[in-house]
Design a protein around this ligand. Structure first.
Ligand code: ADP
Ligand code: MG
Length: 461
């Protein structure tokens, strides 16, 4: 079949299919998402479309792919997969697209103050309540500097560190301080997830210009947990543009993540390098002094709250020594301790703490490492330790390896990517697959269930 003829057929099919789609997806969706699609080819079960933007294709893929596939197949062109390519032809200016797509375009007011409300700020997360120690002194100093609101010296400020080490606390503290010093400043704090949510909502409501304007009109933008947008292509793209626009205007940006920019997987290279341009500081795991400092501060607060409650010498030291996971757990322990003591009307002693916090103490106690798990599992199944992390796919080796992955996930606080690294640099999806596999098998394979129980006991002993 010559090319022209093929194109003709394709066009005919598409016209027919579009009619069906209009009924399926409704007028609004049709006008916004289906009409602009140009079917470029239909071969080997692949339908290729030209789309105005990357995001557009993404969105159609995610929301309408099933409908489109089904209609095409019904129309006699069985399709398994949709592909999208961004068109090279010049696009009409955005304004025109907007009016074409939204005949009843509303007049949009300038970004209102209320739109500027990001996530609510926790009033307790201030600089005053932030205890400074060796592990966080750099992050604290940098946050202080930003909060002074002077000329922007580093952009962005990138704070990273493990869970519960004070990233969110510091960001809120910056926002509080800025609002105090410069009440007129437009400070926007939100999580990366909320950024995405707003972006998608703006697209849906065809308010993307308003969205852009809003985000480009702030004086300080803070985005928490930015690792969340990794792998979310169009959100990343929009974030990148917002970021650049603000940096160009010399507006301060503060970002947090659970790891360094270079280590966030599925984050575009250009974003990584942009994030590294400013000041990158990490919050280290807490040390004993910092934990004790935090406990003392909280204890002072609770002593005010629960007047008359006495806390015996050595209790805070004991907790700082024993609970090393993260500050959130530490705080939780103290909260429970005071609540319990006030309920039973007793002094907080070491004994009481040990009783009341038995579960937390036990959980903090067992520090099983991935290496230990690999060793024990290899021993149990009689395989070589090197095969645990090696590439062999034999069932007799792959299954024990998955058991070890499963245990690593459940007995250590390590993330899937971290576990993957310890298993010979495997991808986190491989680890997830392994963990799931074992979870599935456990339900039916009683031998495996027994093995796991035994291994757990050995490891936690
Ligand atoms: P992250 O965002 O890094 O996961 P958060 O900022 O939410 O951690 O902190 C967890 C909890 O620990 C919060 O209640 C916070 O107030 C407290 N916290 C963390 N670090 C400190 C610190 N240095 N001083 C006082 N409280 C802290
Ligand atoms: Mg946080």
């Amino acid at each position: 079949m010559n090319g022209e003829r093929a194109q003709e057929m394709t066009n005919e099919t598409w016209v027919q299919v579009r009619e069906g789609l209009l009924k399926r997806v409704g007028r609004n969706n049709f006008v916004t998402w289906i009409e602009p699609l140009r079917l470029m080819g239909l071969d080997d079960g692949v339908a290729r479309f030209e789309v105005p933007t990357l995001f557009f294709g993404d969105w159609v893929q995610r929301n309408f792919a099933d409908h489109i596939r089904l209609r095409l197949t019904e129309a006699g062109s069985p399709v398994e997969r949709l592909e999208f390519a961004v068109s090279n032809s010049p696009r009409p200016p955005l304004k025109e697209v907007r009016t074409a797509a939204a005949p009843v375009a509303k007049a949009r007011p300038a970004p209102a103050e209320e739109d500027l409300r990001g996530a609510p700020l926790d009033s307790r997360f201030t600089f005053d309540s932030f205890v400074v120690g060796k592990p966080n002194e750099l992050a604290h100093a940098a946050a202080r500097r930003v909060a002074e609101g002077g000329p922007v010296t580093f952009n962005p400020l990138f704070l990273y560190g493990g869970v519960g080490l004070g990233k969110t606390h510091l960001m809120h503290a910056i926002a509080h301080e800025l609002q105090k010093r410069q009440p007129g400043a437009r400070v926007l704090y939100l999580s990366a997830e909320q950024f995405m949510y707003r972006f998608v909502q703006a697209l849906r409501e065809r308010e993307i210009l308003g969205f852009k304007e809003l985000f480009r009109s702030v004086d300080v933008l803070m985005v928490d947990d930015v690792q969340f947008i990794a792998g979310k292509d169009s959100t990343q793209e929009e974030f990148f543009h917002t970021f650049n626009a603000l940096v160009d205007q010399n507006k301060q940006i503060v970002i947090s993540a659970d790891r360094a920019p270079g280590e966030i997987k599925d984050l575009e290279e250009r974003i990584k390098s942009r994030l590294q341009c400013g000041l990158v500081v990490d919050l280290h795991p807490t040390d004993y002094e910092l934990r004790l400092g935090i406990l003392q501060q909280k204890a002072d607060f609770y002593r005010e709250q629960y007047r008359g409650l006495v806390i015996a010498d050595g209790v805070l030291e004991f907790l700082a020594h024993r609970i090393t996971t993260n500050v959130r757990v530490l705080e939780g322990a103290l909260t429970r301790l005071f609540a319990f003591a006030s309920l039973v009307g007793r002094e907080i002693t070491l004994d009481l703490a040990q009783d009341c916090l038995a579960d937390i103490l036990r959980a903090s106690d067992r520090k099983v490492t991935i290496e230990e798990i690999q060793r024990k599992v290899a021993e149990h199944y009689n395989i070589r330790l090197s095969d645990m992390i090696g590439p062999k796919r034999l069932r007799t080796i792959a299954r024990p390896r998955q058991v070890a992955m499963y245990l690593a996930k459940h007995l250590t606080p390590r993330s899937l990517p971290e576990i993957g690294r310890r298993f010979g640099g495997r991808d986190h999806t491989t680890i997830m697959h392994g963990v799931r596999k074992i979870e599935e098998l456990m339900a039916t394979d009683s031998q495996l269930a027994d093995d796991l129980q035994l291994l757990r006991r050995l490891l936690q002993a």
